[in-house]
Design a protein around this ligand. Structure first.
Ligand code: NAP
Ligand code: FE
Length: 366
C-alpha cells in the first residue's frame, strides 16, 4: 500500500522567486520570518522586490536564532499578531522555516502559546511561503516544525497537515554563500532524511523513488564535497537532495538518528545536521542486522564499499571531531532517545542496549 500526501506547490530553479513574483499575491499583508544571512545571500532582496512590485504590505523579523526556542516563538508571534498579516513568508534554513510554521499557527489561533503547539490539535494556520537557503532540512515541504523547549531540555516537534507550506520556492543560488561547514552539516541532515525514510516502516514504492534519486545525487557530489570544490551543478544537486529528503520524511517521519542527535544539539551545541551525521554509520550497523538488503542498497547507491567506508567519509568531512561523553551521559541520552515516538517508525523493536551501542560507537568516552 502507498499513501503519499504533499499539498505544497514546489517551484525549483535559479531565480525562481524573481520569475514567479505573482505567487506573493496570495494575500495583501505578509510577515517575513528570517535570520541575518538572508541579507547576504540575495533571498530577502528578491522577496522584497516581488512584494513591492505587487504592492504587498510587509513587516520583517530577521533575527531567528538557530534551533529556535519556544520563548522566541512567543516573542515573535506577539509582533506578528500586532501586524495582523494574511500570510507568512519563511526565508532561511530550517530554523526560520520552522519558526514561520509555528508563528503561522499562533497568528491564526490567538489564544495559543508556542508551548501549546506540541499537544494541541491544530485547526487553523495562515498560508506559508517557504524559501530555503540551506540544503538540509527540506522543511519547505514537510508538515513538521521543530522547536527547542528549555522546560523539557530538548528539541520537540509538532506536526500538522495544515503547516505544509502553500508554496516552496527553492532557488539554489542562495546556497552559494553558505560557509563550507554549514553546507556539509546540512547535506548530512538531508542524507539522514533519505536513509531514515528508506528504513522506516512507512517507506513505500513512491518514497523509494525520491530516496534512490537522492542517494545517487549524493554519490555524484561526494567527491567535490570532500575536496571543497563545489560548482553550480553541485549546489543545484544539494538543493534537490534536500528537497527529496523533505518529501520523503513528510511521508515516513524520521527514525532514531534524529532523537539521538537532539541530545548533542541541546546539551553540546552541535548543529542539527552534524549531530545526525555522528550517529549515521553506527545506526546503519544496527540496521544491517535486521535489514541487510536495504542497508546494502543504501551503501551501494552512495557509491561506498561498506559501512566503514561511509563512516570514514563522514569522519573526514566532520574533521574527526568526536564528542566526548561520560558513561552517565551515554546512558541518559540512550534512555531519552528510546522514549521518542520515532522508535515506532522502525521496522523492528530496539533495545536500550542497542541504543547504548550506537552512542558508544559514535562518540568518545570520557
Ligand atoms: P539553521 O539553524 O537554519 O541555520 C544554520 C546556519 O546557516 C545559521 O548560522 C545561518 O546564519 C546560516 N545560513 C543559512 N542560510 C545561509 C546562506 N544561504 N548563506 C550563509 N549562511 C546561511 O540550519 P538548518 O540546518 O537549515 O536548520 C536546522 C533546524 O531545522 C533545526 O532546528 C532542526 O531541528 C530543524 N529541522 C526541521 C525539519 C523539518 O521537517 N521541519 C527537518 C530537519 C531539521 P544566520 O543565522 O546568520 O542567518
Ligand atoms: Fe533533520
Amino acid at each position: 500500500m502507498s499513501r503519499f500526501f504533499l499539498p505544497t506547490k514546489i517551484f525549483f530553479g535559479k531565480d525562481i522567486v524573481l520569475n514567479n513574483k505573482e505567487v506573493f499575491t496570495i494575500g495583501k499583508r505578509a510577515f517575513i520570518i528570517t535570520s541575518p544571512s538572508s541579507f547576504k545571500n540575495g533571498s530577502i532582496e528578491d522577496v522584497i522586490l516581488a512584494l513591492k512590485e505587487n504592492n504587498i504590505e510587509y513587516s520583517i523579523y530577521s533575527t531567528i536564532a538557530q534551533n529556535p526556542t519556544v520563548d522566541q516563538i512567543n516573542e515573535v508571534s506577539q509582533l506578528v499578531r500586532n501586524f495582523n498579516p494574511d500570510y507568512i513568508i519563511g526565508i532561511g534554513g530550517g530554523s526560520p522555516l520552522d519558526s514561520a510554521k509555528a508563528v503561522a499557527v499562533l497568528a491564526a489561533e490567538n489564544s495559543l502559546k508556542a508551548e501549546d503547539l506540541f499537544d494541541t490539535k491544530i485547526t487553523k494556520c495562515l498560508p506559508i511561503i517557504a524559501i530555503p537557503t540551506t540544503c538540509g532540512t527540506g522543511s519547505e515541504v514537510t508538515p513538521y516544525s521543530i522547536l527547542t523547549s528549555n522546560t523539557i531540555q530538548n528539541k520537540k516537534s509538532f506536526a500538522s497537515e495544515l503547516i505544509f507550506p502553500k508554496y516552496a520556492l527553492v532557488d539554489y543560488k542562495y546556497l552559494f554563500t553558505l560557509p563550507y561547514d554549514v553546507t556539509i552539516n546540512t547535506s548530512f541532515d538531508a542524507l539522514s532524511h533519505l536513509i531514515e525514510g528508506y528504513l522506516s516502516k512507512n517507506s513505500d514504492e513512491l518514497t523509494e523513488i525520491y530516496v534512490t534519486k537522492g542517494l545517487e545525487l549524493y554519490s555524484q557530489i561526494k567527491e567535490n564535497l570532500k575536496t571543497k570544490n563545489l560548482n553550480e551543478d553541485d549546489f543545484k544537486n544539494l538543493a534537490l537532495i534536500s528537497l527529496y529528503g523533505g518529501i520523503v520524511i513528510a511521508q515516513t517521519g524520521t527514525l532514531i538518528v534524529h532523537p539521538l542527535g537532539y541530545n548533542l544539539t541541546y546539551f553540546h551545541n552541535i548543529p542539527h545536521g552534524k549531530a545526525n551525521a555522528i550517529f549515521l554509520a553506527s545506526f546503519l550497523k544496527i540496521e544491517s542486522k535486521y535489514l541487510p538488503k536495504e542497508v546494502e542498497f543504501i551503501i551501494n547507491k552512495l557509491g561506498f564499499v561498506n559501512i566503514d567506508n561511509l563512516s570514514q567519509f563522514i569522519n573526514e568531512l566532520l574533521k574527526d571531531s568526536k564528542v566526548l561523553l561520560n558513561e552517565t551521559q551515554i546512558k541518559n541520552y540512550a534512555e531519552r532517545s528510546i522514549l521518542s515516538k520515532n522508535v515506532n517508525n522502525l521496522r523492528h523493536t530496539l533495545s536500550l542496549d542497542e541504543m547504548i551501542f550506537i552512542l558508544n560507537k559514535s562518540v568518545n568516552q570520557k
